[in-house]
Design a binder for this molecule. Structure first.
Ligand code: GLY
Length: 384
C-alpha cells in the first residue's frame, strides 16, 4: 500500500488502535529511509525543505536520533539499527575531553546512547560513559538551594524544569554503583520541581532563578514560555514525563501525584485536535498561536506510563488521552506522504520568544512519538 493511500485512509480512523500496526509498519519504512537521508548528521531541526540540519554533537538534542535507532533495534531485532546507533556515545566522549558545552542535559544525551547501549548489549564503554555523565550531572548540584544548575554561561543559580527528564541517569547510576548519593540528588531536584516549579493549578514554571550562595528563590523567568507566569507546554511535558520516571525508580507516590496534577492541567488546555499549542497562556484565544508537536509527543509518552502506574479505573483517562494525541499527530502532523522529508512530525516549536525554530520538525518530537508508539506496541524497556 502506498504511503499517500495510507495517510488518506488514516484520516478516517476513529481510534489509534485501528491503525497502529499499519502506522508502526510505515514508521519502520520511514526510519530505514531516515538512516540513508541522515547519514552521519546530528539532526536537530528540519525546516520547510524537510532536510535535517547537522548540529554540533554537544548540543542537547544529539541523543534523540540514536535513541530512535535503539528503540527500533530492540523492537525488531534488526542489526542495522544497532550499527547506525553504535558510535554515538563514543562521539560524546571524544567531545567531552576537549572544549565543549555539555551541561545538565547530559541525561538527554547519554540515556538514549551510552546507557541504553549498555542495557541492551552489556557494552562496557557504554557503562563507563553513562557513569561519567551521571557524575558530571551530580557535580552540578547546588546544596544550598537543592537544585541542579542548568546551563553554563547563564547565571549560576538557574534551574530549569527540563532537568526533570535528565534525572533518570542519576537513578540508573545509583542502581549500577550502589551509591545512594546519585539518588539523593535525583530526589532533591525532583522535590524542587514538585515544590517550586509546579504551580497550584498544575501549570509549570520554565526557569527559576535562585541565589547560588544562599539557595533562596529569587524569581521565575519566562525562558522559552511566553512569560514568567505563562504555561510553556513543552516544559509541562518535561515535568509530566520526568516525574513519572522518578516515580518508576523511587515508587514514592508524591511524584506520581505531582505528574497527575501537571497532566490534568495539560489535558484541560488542549485544543480540539488534542495537539498542544506552544504555550497554554500565550494569549487568551490561542487561535493564531503555533502548535508544538514535540510537547504533544513527549506528554503522550509520559501519559502512557502514568496510566499504567495508576489503578486501571483512574489511569484509563490518561491512556485514552495519549491515544487521541498520538492519533492526531499521526493523521494531522505526519510526513507519511512526503518520502523526501527526513522528519516524522511537522509543526514543532523550538523557542518562540527568540523567534527560533517555529513551525519546524524537531528530532525530540520525532523521538517521543516513536517512544510512545513503541510503548503501545508492547515495548517494556525504558530509556528515560
Ligand atoms: N530542553 C530545551 C527545550 O526543551 O527546548
Amino acid at each position: 500500500m502506498g504511503e499517500l493511500m495510507n495517510a488518506v485512509k488514516w484520516q478516517n480512523a476513529q481510534k489509534l488502535e485501528e491503525i497502529l500496526p499499519e502506522v508502526w509498519k510505515e514508521l519502520r519504512v520511514k526510519v530505514d529511509r531516515m538512516i540513508e537521508q541522515i547519514g552521519d548528521k546530528s539532526p536537530h531541526v528540519a525546516k520547510e525543505d524537510g532536510v535535517y540540519d547537522d548540529m554540533r554533537v554537544d548540543w542537547w538534542t544529539s541523543g534523540f536520533w540514536p535513541g530512535i535507532l535503539w528503540i527500533m533495534h530492540e523492537m525488531t531485532g534488526k542489526e542495522h539499527y544497532k550499527e547506525a546507533a553504535w558510535e554515538w556515545d563514543g562521539k560524546f566522549e571524544q567531545k567531552s575531553i576537549i572544549d565543549n558545552n555539555f551541561h545538565h542535559d547530559v541525561g538527554f544525551q547519554y540515556l538514549p546512547t551510552a546507557v541504553i547501549k549498555h542495557k541492551l548489549t552489556g557494552d562496557k564503554d557504554g557503562l563507563r560513559r553513562g557513569l561519567q555523565a551521571a557524575n558530571f550531572l551530580a557535580g552540578r548540584f547546588n546544596i544550598a538551594g537543592n537544585f541542579i544548575r542548568a546551563w553554563n554561561q547563564e547565571k549560576l543559580g538557574w534551574s530549569i524544569v527540563d532537568s526533570t527528564m535528565n534525572l533518570s541517569i542519576l537513578f540508573w547510576a545509583a542502581e549500577m554503583t550502589g551509591d545512594p548519593r546519585f539518588e539523593h540528588i535525583g530526589r532533591a531536584q525532583a522535590d524542587t520541581v514538585v515544590q517550586k516549579f509546579i504551580r497550584e493549578d498544575g501549570s509549570v514554571n520554565h526557569i527559576l532563578s535562585f541565589d547560588p550562595k544562599t539557595g533562596e528563590l529569587i524569581e521565575s523567568l519566562g525562558g522559552q514560555g511566553a512569560g514568567p507566569q505563562s504555561a510553556w507546554s513543552r516544559g509541562a511535558a518535561w515535568a509530566l514525563h520526568g516525574l513519572v520516571n522518578v516515580y518508576r525508580f523511587t515508587e514514592d507516590t508524591q511524584y506520581l501525584k505531582a505528574a497527575q496534577r501537571v497532566a490534568n492541567y495539560f489535558l484541560a488546555c488542549l485544543p480540539e485536535d488534542y495537539v498542544a499549542h506552544w504555550d497554554f497562556r500565550a494569549d487568551a484565544s490561542l487561535d493564531n498561536e503555533p502548535r508544538d508537536t514535540s510537547a504533544a509527543s513527549c506528554a503522550a509518552s509520559g501519559l502512557i506510563d502514568l496510566a499504567a502506574f495508576l489503578p486501571p479505573i483512574e489511569g484509563a483517562m490518561y491512556l485514552r488521552a495519549a491515544e487521541r494525541m498520538l492519533l492526531s499527530l499521526t493523521v494531522n502532523y505526519g510526513t507519511w506522504d512526503k518520502p523526501e522529508n527526513q522528519a516524522i512530525l511537522l509543526e514543532g516549536t523550538g523557542n518562540k520568544p527568540a523567534n527560533s525554530n517555529v513551525n519546524v520538525s524537531l528530532i525530540y518530537g520525532d523521538y517521543y512519538y516513536v517512544e510512545a508508539l513503541a510503548k503501545l506496541q508492547g515495548w517494556k524497556q525504558r530509556i528515560f
